[in-house]
Design a protein around this ligand. Structure first.
Ligand code: PLP
Length: 347
């Protein structure tokens, strides 16, 4: 076991208090709508995000894919950032399941610039061209490096696309982190979107689960499609209770993850400022750019792993480190010692 496992914030294991709540959860058959813990979680998260209804799903990918299916008809298109999870990490599901075509805009560090999507939106093009039905925004942006999307940019896209009948979906797997980093309300972000998905299994530390929120009629239809996809779960309150516990107890502590990631970024920049700009680290994800050091990402990752620090090679010269519930101050100190030493040795 690594001393500091910074591979991903999906690695967290449920702490004892969460397991105790899970064991005591009231349950019923959720396919018949009779699981009180699942209902409770769905209503609670919908309320936090200011939307009418919620749907518990086993994964964030499924929450996203149900939303995409609700918004985009076969043969129509969605627009997303070129590094968005929906186009890079869901294995073509939008095309495979829903007949959706995707076009992407490029950005610096995943940060939304309204000009990206707005230059591509295509509506009222008759039988000649593909119709744009949806813009997907990811906040925070995972492969961008935990980048927080500016509310003004989101609002600019909304203002320009809503009159055209184009909908917006927020992949808010880490919306919690954006909220904690900026103080912008969860509902304030969510108000600009037709649907929002959030993950309970990332920094919040639940073992499983996401919630999709949106208008009641849309969520009712998504519930049917969830069953059709084979994800109608029975006594799922055991898992929903873990998610509720995570939201209630692990939201505020995300600030600790952000502080530790920032501390690591500052220490690494002191050794080699070409590798990371500490000002670019907004949340719990750190992206090291080794392209100017001559050290391949896989060599850096291996050298750190040899000393108990597990990282992820996100590209030939890109290394990702993610802070989460199971990385404390001592583990962070160790990670900083190893990551700076390896950098000195290899740069
Ligand atoms: C993790 C993640 C998801 C969902 O992933 P699952 O593994 O399907 O739960 C969706 N979007 C983003 C940006 C993510 O980081």
């Amino acid at each position: 076991m690594p001393v500091a496992d910074l591979l991903s914030d999906t690695l967290t294991r449920p702490p004892q208090a969460m397991r105790t709540v899970m064991a005591a959860a009231e349950v019923g058959d959720d396919v018949f709508g009779e699981d009180p813990s699942a209902r409770d979680l769905e209503e609670h998260v919908a309320g936090l995000l200011g939307h009418e209804a919620g749907l518990f799903t086993p994964t964030g990918s499924l929450a996203n894919q149900l939303a995409l299916r609700m918004h985009v008809r076969p043969g129509e298109e969605l627009l997303a950032d070129s590094l968005a999870h929906v186009v890079r990490a869901e294995l073509g599901a939008a095309a495979v399941f829903s007949g959706i075509t995707s076009r992407t805009w490029t950005s610096a560090h995943g940060r939304l610039d309204p000009a990206g999507p707005l230059a591509m939106v295509s509506t009222g093009v008759g039988p000649y061209q593909v119709t744009t039905s949806l813009v997907v925004v990811e906040n925070t942006h995972n492969f961008g490096g935990g980048t927080v999307q500016p509310l003004a940019a989101i609002r600019a896209v909304r203002a320009a696309t809503q009159p055209l009948g184009v909908r917006m979906h927020l992949d808010g797997a880490r919306l919690w982190n954006a909220h904690i980093a900026t103080g912008v309300g969860l509902a304030e972000y969510a108000a600009e979107f037709d649907t929002v998905s959030v993950c309970l299994s990332k920094g919040l530390g639940a073992p499983v689960g996401s919630v999709l929120v949106g208008p009641s009629a849309l969520i009712a239809e998504a519930r049917v499609w969830r069953k059709r996809y084979g994800a109608g779960m029975r006594q799922v309150g055991i898992l929903a209770a873990a998610g509720k516990y995570a939201v209630d107890h692990h939201l505020d502590r995300l600030a600790d993850d952000h502080e530790r990631a920032a501390r690591a970024a500052r220490a690494i920049a002191e050794v080699d400022p070409r590798v990371i700009d500490p000002g670019s680290v907004e949340t719990n994800i750190l992206m090291l750019d080794l392209s100017q050091t001559g050290c391949p990402a896989k060599d850096y990752v291996q050298a750190c792993a040899d000393d108990g620090v597990r990282l992820y090679a996100a590209g030939p010269s890109l290394v990702r480190a993610v802070w989460h519930l199971d990385v404390d101050d001592a583990a962070t100190d160790h990670a900083i010692t190893v990551m700076t030493r390896v950098l000195r040795d290899h740069a």
